[in-house]
Design a protein around this ligand. Structure first.
Ligand code: ADP
Ligand code: ZN
Length: 517
């Protein structure tokens, strides 16, 4: 059967979607491939079809047992003989799977990375014909990523154990740094990279400073009477309280968080799935496996910790393609609190730095004066050439001041110090703050030394975040070092582009936003 026939007969889909066909073609041709596609984009088909069409058994590396079991159950329902090998199998099951493996009866085998690379399994598998090796959730291989799995590192050896088997890596995390890590760590430098757009044009993004949350939420909901909405909160207690206040106001609100009993959880999910109007007030525990297509609004009353998390959560709105509202309420206190807890957390420093840079990117998103959709996509290395035209900033421009000179000062300070230092250091140079490091590096002799001393550290932080939001600055290393994004930064440095900065973002902290004009 051809891939298209398998798509129709086995999966019941009349046509490939987006990049699926290209991905399937590459793998069918025996090439290594990296597929970047948002959640819900249809990644599974990209490896399942070649697994069924090429001779041999498909091998899928997956990080989570629950994920494997779901996929196996779904495939079995379609009549595909799928199985999963992982640590939670009982002895009988494991030996049944081994027998079926030996008899060549399994079409697709899901396996955890540590299980796959254990000597026994590897021996057994290398005697079998393998059609394709899929590495699902491939971002887990990147220490830069938010879901690093050290055991994924060992997957590099797959290219030696199975030199003739095409490999396909799949992920919904598309930032350029993670992408590079995947290609390097899997020894797939020559792979075809297929990257789907992360643009969801039907999501209408806006963000507003907090001020009377319950009323703000109720106002936003009033456009969505008798529809399904999700309100994300940062803590369990806040979901309970907000759900109660919304119910008092007559909304069909329901709290959802990890502290509910299994029965309560099931009841809440059932209600949500039933199609009735509902306002689900939830923590991020509400996420996996939500496939209600007609969610008309996703509101955040607390800021998510990263653009990736934010994107994933707002992605639950408008799966049916119809216009849907996405509102983020933010406050300075949220930001300082998030920074504080990050500093206090027991995570290793390297991890903290990564989390910190993601958090700063999220903060920058809230402050951007330009198109929010564009700023969000920029976080994933995607350029939207035109402003989206429907986010809040596109619809009604925010009060700004001419920050061109301040922006140029900051960019030159980063350039002249070699594009490897973090925010604090660079701001220190601009403000002429004497430090051992500055003296040791000879940076106190640079032309940029002290040229920004009229402004406070917070002013410069505000400018910096907004430059990050514009995409003029990128995180260049895991130490939080900043580098210029040439394409965006050069016209600013050359004075070819005016930089409007958001007044409220620098004003609130300094009381004097205009000094560096
Ligand atoms: P991902 O792994 O990228 O999050 P999935 O592979 O789980 O996405 O697919 C998401 C949904 O899209 C599933 O419900 C799947 O059945 C559906 N889907 C996938 N490919 C197609 C297609 N070609 N046509 C229609 N529906 C599809
Ligand atoms: Zn816009």
């Amino acid at each position: 059967m051809t891939p298209l026939e398998v798509l129709g007969r086995v999966f019941g889909f009349p046509a490939f979607r987006g990049l699926q066909e290209q991905a399937v073609d590459r793998v069918m041709a025996g090439e290594d491939t990296l597929v970047l596609m948002p959640t819900g984009g249809g990644k599974s088909v990209c490896y399942q079809i070649p697994a069924l069409c090429r001779p041999g058994m498909g091998l899928v590396v997956s990080p989570l047992i629950a994920l494997m079991d779901d996929q196996v159950a779904a495939l079995r329902q379609l009549g595909v003989n799928a199985a999963a090998l992982h640590s939670e199998l009982d002895v009988d099951e494991a030996s049944r799977i081994r027998a079926e493996l030996g008899a060549g009866q399994i079409d697709i085998l899901y396996v955890s990375p540590e299980r796959l690379l254990s000597p026994g399994t590897l021996d057994r598998l290398s005697r079998l014909a393998i059609s394709v090796i899929a590495i699902d959730e491939a971002h887990c291989i990147s220490a830069w990523g938010h879901e690093f799995r050290p055991e994924y590192r060992a997957l590099e050896s797959l290219s030696q154990h199975f030199p003739d088997v095409p490999r396909i890596a799949l992920t919904a995390t598309a930032d350029p740094r993670t992408r590079d890590d995947i290609l390097t760590a899997l020894a797939m430098r020559h792979a075809a990279v297929l990257s789907a757009s992360f643009h969801r044009p039907n999501l209408i993004i806006s963000a507003r400073p907090k001020g009377g949350e319950t009323k703000q939420v109720a106002d936003a909901l009033s456009r969505h009477k008798d529809e399904a909405c999700i309100v994300y909160c940062g803590s369990r207690i806040r979901t309970e309280r907000l759900a109660a206040s919304l119910r008092e106001r007559g909304w069909p609100a329901c709290a959802f968080h990890a502290g509910l009993s299994p029965i309560e959880k099931r009841a809440a999910l059932l209600r949500f799935r039933s199609g009735e109007p509902i306002v689900m007030v939830a923590t991020i525990a509400f996420g996996m496996g939500i496939d209600r297509p007609d969610v008309r609004a996703v509101i955040h009353v607390d800021m998510p910790s990263s653009p990736e998390a934010y994107y994933q959560q707002i992605g639950r709105a408008g799966r049916d393609g119809l216009p849907s509202d996405v509102l983020l309420l933010y406050g300075g206190e949220d930001m300082t609190r998030a920074r504080y807890w990050l500093d206090q957390s027991g995570a290793p420093d390297s991890e903290k730095r990564v989390m910190r840079s993601r958090l700063e990117a999220m903060i920058a998103l809230t402050e951007t004066t330009s198109c929010r959709t564009r700023a969000l996509l920029a976080c994933f290395g995607e350029t939207l050439h035109e402003p989206c035209g429907h986010c809040d900033n596109c619809r009604s421009p925010v009060p700004t001041f001419d920050g061109t000179r301040a922006a140029r000062m900051l960019l030159s300070a980063i350039y002249r110090t070699g594009q490897r230092f973090g925010a604090l250091y660079v701001i220190g140079i601009l403000r002429g703050k004497i430090s051992d490091a500055a003296t040791r590096n000879g940076h106190d002799r640079l032309s940029v030394w002290g040229i920004g001393k009229d402004q406070s550290e917070n002013f410069w932080r505000g400018v910096l975040r907004q430059l990050i939001a514009r995409g003029a600055l990128l995180m260049g290393n895991e130490h939080g070092g900043l580098m210029l994004n040439e394409q965006v930064a050069r016209p600013i440095l050359r004075g070819e582009e005016e930089v409007r900065l958001r007044e409220d973002a620098v004003q609130a902290q300094t009381g004097n936003a205009r000094g560096a004009q």
